[in-house]
Design a binder for this molecule. Sequence first.
Ligand code: NAD
Length: 428
Amino acid sequence: MDNVAHIPSYLSAEHLGPWETYLVQIDRVEPHLAPALRPLAPLLTRPKRALIVDVPIRLDNGEIAHFEGYRVQHNLSRGPGKGGIRYHPDVTLSEVMALSAWMTVKNAVVNVPFGGAKGGVRVDPKTLSTAELERLTRRYASEINILIGQDKDIPAPDINTNEQVMAWIMDTFSMNEGKTAMGVVTGKPVGLGGSLGRKDATGRGVFVTTAEAARHIGLEIAGARVAVQGFGNVGEAAARLFADAGAKVVALQDATGTIHNPAGLDVRATKAWSLAHRALAGAPGSEPMADADFWGVDADILIAAAMENQITAANAGRIRARLITEGANGPTTPEADLILQDKGVTVVPDVLANAGGVTVSYFEWVQDISAFFWTEEEINARLDRIMREAFAAVWDAARARGIPPRTAAFVLGCERVLLAHRLRGLYP
Ligand code: NAD
């Protein structure tokens, strides 16, 4: 890997983690960049800024616990930073760096005026009470206060964070600033400057881009068999939209297990069941399935909407779907990518497929700044248009250059970032 030379001293070269996946992707993209921009590519292999914070909180039992928190701004050439905040025990600096870099590329692919950023706290939120979670969120927000702001860096939800967490961050930031600052985060509750349509936006973007890809490879969505990994914000919305369009959701997997029905699962009933029982197993009209067997399910379309590094060299060979859409960030390892390419599987890459969330976050930010709110129909119509246009740009570039859609999406995104950088010039 050429970019190994650029590994910063604050990461372990032996255990590079998700940042390595990102560097390999940049290695694969570099030769395809416009010759005039190629010399600027090293900019993409270094985050602009990384803040590591200690987040001490008082637990309900009176003890004090400490958690590691991060906020990384990968690149701000095209606008303020934008990217979610993740609460997960496996959060690392490497992961937050990679996620921030994918945000840089993603924001450029859908051409919203943001740079890339991401944040996270290394915590299992399930072990905290609601009051502890609020204290953790408020302390973390105060610690990253120096980086965030409506025109500096705008967080949003990611794994294990939601609109309540965003409301706490918005309130904490507002208290510190002495004024209500709605535009500091997106993914807020609708009653607090949030946008209609934001909740389903990522799943909707996954659905729209998958439908476009399916059309191009001659696959009908009505009647198609779809397997979905991840049944949270992204996976549930995507599964519901596929079912509504006449597809059969034949398998669902989340952190609690895997269920299956070749005739199609009832997505809404499964959602109600999993909310009530905190598990997929036992959902009406479903059969349990071994987690490992999920990858070999007989399906036309596979939606990866859980975590990174799920489709690996170990399971890629078993996947039977013709079309894979990455609702999650970084679900496919670079080795698995090559296996899927050899098998002729079409992969709609994360930086395109899951950009629906940040696109409606952009709408939310615009609505907050202008204090003028749009209807859900306007939002969905604008979202669908942006996703279709971005898909067409990526698909056409992939076809024209004979490269996979992921490389084409990265070329499109990276060239936009590097062009903005060149136009601005190197400071000072
Ligand atoms: P979420 O917390 O709402 O849901 C995550 C889902 O994945 C849950 O159903 C969980 O049970 C499941 N899961 C976790 N670990 C798993 C495992 N090892 N095997 C199988 N399932 C597992 O999170 P989300 O917001 O839906 O995000 C999912 C992915 O989509 C993440 O990669 C996130 O970065 C990405 N993403 C989210 C958004 C958004 O708007 N929420 C936008 C862009 C990208």
